[in-house]
Design a protein around this ligand. Structure first.
Ligand SMILES: Cc1cc2nc3c(=O)[nH]c(=O)nc-3n(C[C@H](O)[C@H](O)[C@H](O)COP(=O)(O)OP(=O)(O)OC[C@H]3O[C@@H](n4cnc5c(N)ncnc54)[C@H](O)[C@@H]3O)c2cc1C
Length: 527
């Protein structure tokens, strides 16, 4: 197997042969093939690094260059420097859109805001919402709890137990104390407390110690970070796994899975590699290409025996696509500047679950890293940059999320190479009520001008649910260990398995689940 070290962006310290290139053969064998190196695939690779099995990660993107432009919002938001997912299509209208997906080693975590909350106990059971019900998970919060603690250590999560009334029990404290609020956020927290609410320090995987550190990562919620202070999948799990013997093929897109004649096993994957089609023979396959691409790959791998997609005897593959109802919410006080560098330190879950005065769950409030003028420009192209600078220098920037309920009609479809998304938001009235309540509280906190924008089909960075896990093969795609009910050596290790979306950031749960299912993926392999 020849080695490729031609990638100029290859991180230092990898052994020769770790990044695999097929120059003189079109075929390669492995014990475990992991497709996708994001939060799910990367964490699974890390968990299997000492299993004794040959583990190969195949990633369609390359290593993201480490360069000054990483933290320049003009490059990210105005020039689209790192956008490489092409176009997906609204299945209802046929309109193309640029998805919130990125194809690089580390997946979407290269761009994420590193907010890493645990889902609440109530997120694992069926809950009645204003416009429907969530689906119960086939395992409980307690089953996942030890893995949450492990990921919090792996990703150096900073947080504080005991401030948020919805916080579920932890078997160990956060490894690092919470990130302190900067003065503007502290003042907001004081106002919220005086309004009878319970603001808490959000769990965050940003290793900042000083204000200078915060200046250096001020754009890291949305942009890549070249300081190493943001824990993401590439630096915390993929590179450590590669240093411990896992191999990776980059710029290699898996296009189809091939099955045994009886359709019960995946025997190989076909992939595009250096302009040609190669074959990767694998004993076990873990698909972690992100909730949309994983479903799309299985749908495209249909055979005469499985004409509606691999592992789709339930008819649910691609369905139950969820993304959260979300709103960017900005409060402005023209007389008060906001010099905060890392604002993503505060959250509120007072309306997360039903209770007094809240008949149905409404969702979560969290702060955004810190909005800057170039980030606002794409949504307000008519506004002069100077006006946007004035506004973002005085704004309190908030992200509101409510649960998007599972629906068979919200789904991923494929049409040849094209990805189609059918999505009609669900549970919208609950989201509007959350926005109403937050409008009142932000005005009371001294921000009279409110600007808000509810996100549409293109804001799908929290995508999940396209291959739901459950106990009943007639009503789910995967079993409780995220293995296909139909195909005995196929697991899904990304957000596809989520039976419901919760209303919190998903990445910690994706990673904890990857650790949870790792023993099932490795069981019985040669060690
Ligand atoms: C701007 C932004 C901010 C976010 N902020 C947060 C946050 O603060 N907290 C949080 O919890 N979450 C956040 N998220 C979401 C979080 O990043 C995702 O939920 C998480 O990364 C999903 O993990 P995954 O393993 O399902 O997929 P991904 O991390 O997207 O990984 C999928 C990988 O598969 C690769 N791939 C796709 N198709 C193929 C193929 N056919 N062959 C080979 N490889 C393939 C992709 O290139 C990618 O590397 C944010 C996302 C974005 C975009």
């Amino acid at each position: 197997m020849p080695d490729l070290h031609a990638d100029p962006h290859l991180p230092a310290g990898l052994d020769a042969g770790t990044v695999v290139s097929l120059d003189d053969t079109d075929e390669i064998d492995t014990d475990v093939l992991i497709i996708g190196s994001g939060m799910g695939g990367g964490t699974l690779a890390w968990a299997l690094r000492e299993s004794g099995a040959r583990v190969l990660v195949v990633e369609r993107g390359g290593f993201l260059p480490r360069e000054p432009e990483n933290s320049q919002p003009e490059e990210m938001y105005l020039k689209g420097r790192y956008k490489n997912a092409g176009l997906w299509y609204d299945g209802r209208t046929g309109e193309p859109f640029e998805p919130g997906a990125y194809y690089w080693v580390g997946g979407n975590t290269k761009f994420y805001g590193a907010s890493l909350p645990r889902f609440r106990r109530s997120d694992f059971v069926e809950v009645k919402h204003q416009e429907g019900r969530t689906r119960a998970w086939p395992f409980s919060y307690d089953d996942l709890e030890p893995f949450y603690s492990q990921v919090e250590r792996l990703f150096d999560v900073h947080g504080q137990i005991g401030e948020d009334p919805t916080e579920p029990p932890h078997s160990s404290p956060y490894p690092f104390p919470p990130l302190a609020h900067e003065p503007t956020v502290e003042r907001f927290a004081d106002s919220l407390r005086s309004q009878g609410l319970h603001p808490f320090h959000t769990p965050n995987a940003l290793n900042v110690l000083t204000q200078a550190d915060r200046v250096a990562v001020t754009t890291a919620d949305g942009c890549p970070d070249n300081t190493g202070m943001k824990s993401e999948a590439e630096n915390k799990v993929v590179l450590p796994a590669l240093r411990d013997g896992v191999k990776i093929m980059v710029q290699t897109e898996v296009t189809r899975l091939l099955t045994s004649p009886d359709g019960r096993r995946v025997i190989a994957a076909e992939a595009r590699h250096q302009g040609r089609t190669i074959r990767i023979n694998a004993t076990r396959v873990a698909l972690a290409a992100g909730a949309v691409n994983s479903a799309a790959l299985l749908l495209r791998s249909a055979t005469r025996a499985q004409p509606y997609g691999l592992g789709n005897s339930s008819g649910l593959l691609g369905r139950n696509y969820m993304v959260h109802n979300s709103t960017f919410f900005v409060g402005v006080n023209p007389l008060r500047t906001n010099t905060t560098k890392w604002q993503k330190t505060l959250g509120i879950n007072d309306f997360y679950e039903a209770g007094d005065g809240t008949p149905y769950p409404l969702g979560n409030l969290q702060m955004l890293g810190k909005l800057q003028a170039p980030m606002l420009k794409p949504a307000r192209s008519w506004a002069p940059m100077q006006a946007l600078k004035f506004m973002s220098g005085r704004s309190l920037d908030i992200y509101l999320t409510s649960e998007d309920l599972p629906s068979r009609d919200n789904r991923v479809r494929v049409d040849g190479e094209r990805i189609l998304i059918d999505w009609t938001p669900t549970n919208v009235s609950a989201h509007h009520e959350l926005v109403r309540r937050v409008t009142k509280m932000v005005r009371k906190a001294g921000y009279p001008l409110i600007f808000k924008q509810q996100m549409g089909i293109a804001t799908n960075s929290h995508m999940c649910g396209t291959a739901v896990a459950g106990h009943d093969p007639a009503d789910s795609v995967l079993d409780a260990s995220c293995r296909s009910h139909d195909i005995e050596n196929l697991w899904l290790a990304d957000a596809s398995f989520f039976p419901s979306s919760a209303a919190l950031n998903p990445a910690l749960t994706i990673a904890a689940n990857a650790l949870r299912i790792a023993p099932s993926v490795a069981a019985g392999l040669p060690t």
